[in-house]
Design a protein around this ligand. Structure first.
Ligand SMILES: [Zn+2]
Length: 329
């Protein structure tokens, strides 16, 4: 059994699973455990699932020195509540921090909740590609696009914790408009109801939807191509010279380049870390990102502008939550 001063309990609430891990000061996951969370679960059932994971990990490792919980929003970070969950509609005003505090029953052990993109920023700061850097941004490229902003080695949350919603900044320029119009692609409305958000071009969902639209506008679909492919499958097709797949990634990369250009001009950051399920397609995205950045970012920013992609993201949610726990201990 490890000394409790040595580790954090990291809890990663995902769309369909709760993952939790015992993580040491260096970011090494000592043990992890996960449970599926059926969409119909209400607060009680959801907290019971979490409770059984905690019982298991505490029985094997004792109590941690801090607890970090990362979850998709909307959250009330101050009150430690999940306000609602897109994938678990029965969850409402769920007091997750209070539940974990009761389970631990030790007021000296801090328990904090933050949104998963802020946690991703902290995870990269302490355990990832942001180590040794004071200022950088993390983009999480998954089903949606989120962002975490590290300024002077601290997460920047904004006045009520919702800062750096990078997925919802508008990113349409004439080049992207021409590309979409030439291919008869329509600009989709974002989940936030606006048009032109980064998320509608550069999320895994956007890549998949654009590929699907391109396929149907051109030659008739055949075989498996009649079904919607995942962004990962489309990446493999792009590497095999499928033009529609390459175009889907070109759109995603171009939009990311525009977002990075805007953030660079605003904040003069030297480092952007791209993570999440789409980070594995860095080889396809980076040339298009660089093309935009090289042509649009002021020369004064370019000398030290690094854009990197994380490798593998299976444990990134746990490491993000561990980063939050590490920050508060
Ligand atoms: Zn939006």
């Amino acid at each position: 059994m490890a000394d409790s001063s040595e580790f954090t309990l990291a809890v990663d609430i995902g769309g369909t699973t709760i993952k939790a891990g015992i993580v040491d000061k260096q970011g090494k996951i000592i043990e992890k455990r996960s449970e599926n969370t059926p969409g119909a679960q209400d607060n009680t059932a959801f907290l019971n699932s979490l409770g059984s994971i905690l019982d298991f990990l505490f029985s094997r490792h004792g109590l941690p020195s801090s607890v970090g919980i990362g979850s998709p929003g909307p959250l009330d970070i101050q009150k430690g509540k999940i306000i609602s969950s897109a994938n678990m509609p029965a969850i409402r005003d769920c007091n997750i921090v209070e539940f974990v505090q009761k389970k631990i029953n030790n007021p000296n052990i801090p328990v904090h909740l933050d949104n998963d993109a802020n946690c991703a920023g902290l995870g990269q700061l302490y355990f990832g590609m942001g180590r040794g850097h004071d200022n950088f941004a993390v983009f999480t490229l998954g089903t949606g696009v989120g962002g975490g902003l590290i300024l002077e080695k601290n997460i920047f949350r904004g006045y009520n914790g919702n800062g750096f919603e990078i997925g919802h900044i508008p990113v349409l320029d004439m080049a992207l408009m021409d590309l979409l119009q030439n291919k008869k692609l329509t600009i989709r409305r974002c989940g936030c109801s606006a048009m032109g958000c980064l998320e509608t071009f550069s999320s895994a969902m956007a890549v998949s939807e654009n590929y699907h639209s391109l396929l149907h506008a051109g030659s008739p679909p055949l075989g498996k191509s009649t079904e919607k492919l995942t962004a990962r499958e489309i990446a493999d097709l792009a590497r095999g010279n499928d033009e529609n797949a390459q175009l889907s990634y070109q759109i995603a990369g171009h939009a990311l380049g525009l977002a990075i250009t805007s953030v660079t001009h605003l904040l003069n950051l030297p480092l952007f870390i791209l993570t999440g399920g789409m980070a594995g397609a860095g080889d396809l995205l980076k040339p298009h990102i660089q093309k935009v950045v090289q042509s649009r970012v002021f020369p004064v920013f370019k000398n030290r502008l690094e854009i990197v992609f994380t490798e593998g993201d299976a444990d990134s949610g746990i490491l993000g939550a561990a980063g939050l726990g590490h920050a508060i201990r």
